[in-house]
Design a binder for this molecule. Structure first.
Ligand SMILES: Nc1nc2c(c(=O)[nH]1)N[C@H]1C(S)=C(S)[C@@H](COP(=O)(O)O)O[C@H]1N2
Ligand SMILES: [Mo]
Length: 460
């Protein structure tokens, strides 16, 4: 045990993922300790408390990495996020624990030209991992379906199986859809509303749009023998169990109602016309349009189909709303995402006074297409309509721009406020919930206007 803990970890992309439970456990613990160990719902302090309560910190072999986590990470794992396979250049990503946030300013190049179109390239797409990216052999991978909601009620030990070729032989569909973390923009509860919430402190970069190709979950369910009595569908990921201190929550999995499963859910094997990459769920992931990202289970291994409601920690303990404005015991499990907007601009960007700037941004909503966007450059006192650059589309974002010529130098606050086709407009304040999910309020974007030509932040 001691020897294993002190053995320097090979970089994750070179190390085969250990298959046995104990191996998973060691890998996980190393990652938790070597990185910031944050995940939705669990901040570092809570984690350390739980680890210590579980007696993990008292183990002498673990005391060393706990005392010097940063150095251990630097020596052993020279990657910004050890559990992520793809490179995470600092100009594109902000590392956040086991996750990588997309930088919105990276959507424009130095001249202010668009660097990213409607879809975010795979190499720039944010990553949200509860633990770490597994590298799965597509040739031996099987999708296994079982449960009381299928004809003959196959059990887990004798499931209905599809290999990748079988899935590819079914009719394929391509959809454009956003994946967005329920905790996206969480950090603004603290910075704008002085409300402290645990979990990954995302700014606005826990979201991305891509084109997905795959087979409709409906077709796979029907091919597997879906019955009329089926109620819930539970996809389970093949990534390591999610373990916090003494609690093993098992593999990442979250039920969804059969109505949504039959509506528009995709079992995707391609992202932006290329086979899925490991970090985004290879060989096959769910894409659940409009819903919180956790619904879009990556690395799907099994799907249980049941004639009764199903539960997992991801629809009971996590991803519901708790707080003074919600029912005792919490809200129903989260589904649809809220309306949000972001500027393609760094927070604190410097813009030149006395000349025209074109501000660019994007707005999106889980419920409907975004039909209008207003921008304020004077701290929210007055608003102007932005020019929409996309035909508004459900499950995609609407790109927009607006011209601005600030005369006086000094600090300014930019705001963008979108309205979707359901008529929902972003509020000034988000309703607090304990875990800091679904921050949909207008985000205050500080910039500085300077007399001298500072860095040319934007094109004219
Ligand atoms: N198996 C598995 N699926 C998962 C997760 C995970 O950790 N494991 N994270 C979920 C969450 S919380 C989000 S926001 C999205 C992120 O997808 P991405 O990493 O491709 O951007 O995947 C979801 N699917
Ligand atoms: Mo998420």
């Amino acid at each position: 045990m001691a020897a294993e803990v002190h053995t320097p970890a090979a970089p994750i992309d070179e190390a085969p993922v250990p298959l046995d439970e104990a191996g998973y456990d060691r890998l996980r613990r190393r990652q938790w300790l070597a990185s910031e160990a944050r995940a939705d719902g669990v901040d570092r302090r809570t984690l350390l408390r739980m680890l210590s309560a579980a007696g993990v910190l008292a183990t002498p072999t673990l005391a060393v990495p706990v005392l010097a986590p940063a150095r251990a990470a630097a020596e052993e794992v020279p990657k910004p996020v050890p559990g992520i396979v793809k490179p995470l250049p600092a100009e594109w990503f902000v590392p956040r624990g086991t996750n990588a946030e997309m930088r919105w300013d990276a959507l424009r190049d130095a001249d202010g030209e668009a660097a990213v179109g409607r879809h975010v390239p795979v190499e720039r797409f944010f990553v949200r991992n509860h633990t770490s990216t597994p590298v799965i052999d597509p040739d031996t991978w099987r999708l296994k379906l079982f449960g009381s909601g299928l004809r003959g009620a196959p059990v887990a030990e004798r499931p209905v199986e599809f290999d990748l070729d079988a899935l590819r032989r079914l009719p394929s569909t391509r959809i454009s859809a956003l994946i967005e973390c329920a905790g996206n923009a969480r950090s603004y509860y603290r910075s704008q509303q002085q409300q402290s919430v645990p979990g990954t402190p995302w700014t606005l970069g826990g979201v991305g749009s891509a084109s997905w190709r795959g087979v409709r979950l409906a077709d796979v369910l029907r091919a597997a023998g879906l019955t009329r009595g089926a109620v819930d569908v539970l996809p389970t990921g093949l990534d390591p169990h999610y373990v916090v201190g003494g609690t093993d929550y098992g593999p990442v999995r979250r039920p969804l109602p059969v109505a949504k499963a039959l509506d528009d859910v995709l079992l995707a094997y391609e992202m932006n016309d290329e086979p899925l990459t490991p970090d985004h769920g290879a060989p096959v992931r769910l894409v659940v349009p409009g819903w919180v990202g956790i619904a879009s289970i990556k690395w799907v291994g099994t799907i249980e189909v049941a004639d009764h409601p199903l539960y997992s920690p991801w629809n009971t303990d996590f991803y519901r709303l708790w707080g003074p404005d919600y029912p005792d015991g919490g809200s129903v499990p989260l589904t649809t995402q809220v309306v949000k907007s972001a500027f393609e601009l760094a927070s604190g960007a410097v813009l030149e006074a006395g000349r025209g700037h074109r501000l660019h941004g994007r707005s999106w909503s889980g419920a409907a297409a975004v039909r209008g966007v207003e921008v304020s450059t004077d701290g929210g006192r007055s608003w102007r309509r932005a020019d929409l650059r996309d035909e508004p589309r459900a499950h995609g974002w609407t790109r927009w721009s607006i011209d601005w010529r600030p005369e006086r130098s000094g600090p300014y606050e930019l705001r963008a406020r979108a309205t979707d086709r359901q008529g929902t407009t972003q509020p000034t304040r988000a309703v607090f919930n304990r875990e800091g999910y679904l921050f949909g309020a207008v985000v205050v974007h500080p910039v500085t206007v300077a007399q001298d030509s500072g860095p040319r932040a934007l094109g004219a």
